[in-house]
Design a protein around this ligand. Structure first.
Ligand code: ZN
Length: 104
């Protein structure tokens, strides 16, 4: 479900919404390490594995590449700026199919 901020902007609550809104997913570990991940690749990672892509549910899945601890992160969205390339991209047809389901 789409949420709105005080300025009328859409707040992504799932990785699919982050991708649909073209928002970079910034993940911050308790150790201070920060990464901005590609929302399309993240959505596809969770979707293709039939995992819940709700932001709150995904937080326990991330492992910090610096301190190696899992699930000690906070997540927020930023405009673009993602650099991660390790996860595979969804095909264009998969993405279009997901967007079509979202609009229904
Ligand atoms: Zn860390």
């Amino acid at each position: 479900m789409v949420k709105w901020d005080a300025d009328g902007g859409r707040i992504a609550t799932t990785m699919f919404e982050a991708a649909a809104f073209r928002r970079g997913v910034r993940i911050r570990c308790d150790c201070g390490h920060t990464a901005v991940l590609n929302p399309y690749r993240l959505w596809w990672h969770f979707h293709s594995k039939h995992l819940d892509d709700e932001i709150e549910a995904t937080m326990r899945c991330f492992r910090c590449t610096k301190c190696r601890r899992r699930g000690r992160v906070s997540i927020d969205m930023i405009d673009g700026g993602w650099t991660e390339t390790a996860l595979p991209m969804p095909s264009e047809s998969e993405w279009k199919r997901a967007v079509a389901r979202f609009r229904c």
